[in-house]
Design a protein around this ligand. Structure first.
Ligand code: URA
Length: 211
């Protein structure tokens, strides 16, 4: 994949579900279910380039060659806390993937990401890693998380989010041009507090019902 790649996940089901998630009156239970569903669909798209090899199997009728994902090992890395919402959906379709966590909070004054937790699977150098966070806003958290994950030397890296601001994409690819971004929608801009417009509000609060 070339440098500074942005893959727009424009599947109609993803777009339709995202529209419902954006609406302010969508209740927490519905929002969570949609996030799980949309994450499965995004997981399907983000794994589209996994290589297949032909293996010999035996159906009840006869022997045949059939495609199987090569012995690839995957890890999903969630940027806490909202990344867990996406990670759970992806693990539904990739049940043997391992999971890592990066805990970051945004300093409310500087909007800079501060790390408070980091735990990865031991064999990360053998794994293709998908880092997930629903919102790529300023890009500070994603940039810091990718930096930390890179320090563990993964085989490959992708970043998956629901919504991105143009400012976040620009910042992300200034620092990590080698990491492709998979995104369901690129919104207009950030507001002065670093929230995406039109966006969907505070995604953590909407997933966990904390507002
Ligand atoms: N984080 C959120 O939860 N929402 C935004 O719009 C930006 C960052």
């Amino acid at each position: 994949m070339s440098e500074s790649t942005v893959v727009h996940l424009d599947h109609p089901l993803i777009q339709h579900k995202l529209t419902i998630m954006r609406q302010k009156d969508t209740p927490t239970a519905h929002f969570r279910r949609l996030l799980r569903e949309i994450s499965m669909l995004m997981g399907y798209e983000v794994t589209r380039d996994l290589p297949l090899s032909q293996v010999e199997i035996e159906t009840p009728m006869e022997k045949t060659l059939s495609p199987r994902i090569e012995g690839r090992k995957l890890a999903v890395v969630s940027i806490l806390r909202a990344g867990d919402g996406i990670a759970q959906g992806i693990l539904e379709i990739l049940p043997s993937a391992r999971m890592g966590h990066v805990g970051l909070y945004r300093d409310p004054k500087t909007l800079i990401a501060v790390e408070y937790y980091f735990k990865m699977p031991a064999d990360i150098p053998e794994r293709d890693v998908i880092v997930v966070d629903p919102m790529l806003a300023t890009g500070h958290s994603a940039v810091a998380a990718i930096e930390r994950v890179k320090s563990t030397n993964p085989k490959s890296l992708k970043f998956l989010c629901l919504l991105a601001a143009p400012e976040g994409i620009k910042h992300f690819h200034e620092i990590h041009p080698d990491v492709p971004i998979y995104v369901a929608a690129i919104d207009r801009q950030l507001n002065e507090k670093g929230y995406i417009l039109p966006g969907l509000g505070d995604v953590g609060d909407r997933i966990f019902g904390t507002q």
